[in-house]
Ligand binder design. Structure first.
Ligand code: 5GP
Length: 339
């Protein structure tokens, strides 16, 4: 390991643009929240079998873990804790701006509404504002109904001070972008940025859905692991920014190492890219090491990395924060003598 480069990746001020709040849960917290030994055993089993399968079975494994996680987070105190620990972890890793995405949910059979879920997260974001500038992206889950997705859009509108975007995520086996297209059109009408998970499975249906997503022209795209050459060229020509999550992509795509990741293809085309963590808790990774692994695999110098991180700031949804982030990076470059 190149200690000097790793230290550089740790100390450079970073931005995180693709982090699912509940997926950031510390594994120790996840274990504590699991109430029964059956659930503990199920988690052990899922962790042991994950690496055995192909993309489809790995995805199924990950989504079973998400379901288990969802079943053990049952109240606002737990969401408060997860948000607190997530922001603490990012801030300790010198992340200075983070867009956390989450699917709003109610608790206690609706007695605690989704608005309380969002307000709880915003409360913690405010507590951390001196250390890290955090914003929210609300996620529509592929399995939801149009009514539920509409409610999410309305919540996004209601909390626009902190909510900066709308996401589509959830089990990629469910091809539902078309169903939600009208809601994403509404987002455009009110200038709410959008990010869509695209190309997560190596199948025909997924490749077909990629076209529908690209036709919509979202503000950013997540992953783009599986795609046709034509789709690749289209994204490059239209300069649609990509959120790439190396560890998560490596695991679900079943790649041998980071050198096989599609980062380089887009990087060499000078494409707008952000390196992100996806689910730092469940994937056991942090942003510094994600950036380090990519830098190491594709022989990026400190100067390359600095320029990469600087360019990535242009991809944030809350443009009000741009000047502050770029200033922080400039201060860092003056102190670290990279040029
Ligand atoms: P939450 O929205 O509950 O805060 O974060 C966890 C949820 O994010 C998961 O249940 C899942 O729906 C979504 N998610 C996390 N990682 C991925 C991913 O890699 N791909 C997709 N499509 N969805 C994800």
């Amino acid at each position: 390991m190149d200690d000097d480069l790793l230290e550089f990746c740790r100390s450079i001020p970073k931005i995180e643009l693709h982090a699912h709040l509940n997926g950031c849960i510390r594994s120790s917290t996840f274990r504590q929240l699991l109430s029964s030994s059956d659930d503990q055993n199920r988690l052990d089993q899922l962790e042991q079998t994950f690496a055995q399968g192909n993309t489809h079975s790995r995805m199924a494994n990950v989504f079973e873990k998400f379901a288990l996680l969802r079943s053990c987070v049952t109240n606002l105190d737990e969401i408060r804790r997860i948000t607190y620990e997530t922001l603490e972890d990012f801030s300790n890793d010198n992340v200075i701006y983070a867009e956390l995405r989450t699917r709003p949910r109610s608790f206690d059979q609706g007695r605690i509404p989704s608005s309380a879920y969002i307000e709880t997260i915003i409360d913690v974001i405010k507590q951390f504002q001196e250390k890290i500038c955090a914003r929210l992206i609300l996620s529509i889950d592929r399995i939801q109904s149009v009514e539920q997705a509409t409610e999410t859009f309305q919540l996004a509108q209601q909390y626009r001070d902190y909510v900066v975007g709308l996401d589509l995520s959830g089990d990629p086996n469910v091809k539902s972008f078309e169903r939600f297209r009208s809601i994403f059109d509404l987002a455009k009408q009110v200038n709410l940025s959008t990010t869509i998970h695209i190309g997560e499975l190596p199948d025909e249906e997924c490749l077909n859905e990629n076209n529908l997503i690209l036709d919509y022209e979202p503000t950013r795209l997540g992953h783009f692991n599986f795609r046709t050459n034509e789709q690749e060229q289209r994204v490059i020509q239209e300069k649609i920014p990509l959120e790439l999550c190396p560890t998560s992509n490596l695991l679900t795509m079943n790649l041998n190492d980071f050198a096989e990741h599609h980062f380089n293809l887009f990087y060499t085309n000078k494409h707008p890219i952000a390196i992100c963590t996806d689910d730092s808790g469940l994937m056991d990774c942090c942003l510094s090491t994600e950036i380090y692994n990519i830098a190491k695999s594709f022989h990026l110098s400190k100067k390359d990395l600095y320029e990469f991180c600087f360019r990535a700031t242009n991809l944030i949804f809350d443009k009000n924060a741009l000047k502050f982030l770029q200033q922080k990076l400039e201060e860092f470059s003056q102190q670290s003598n990279i040029f």
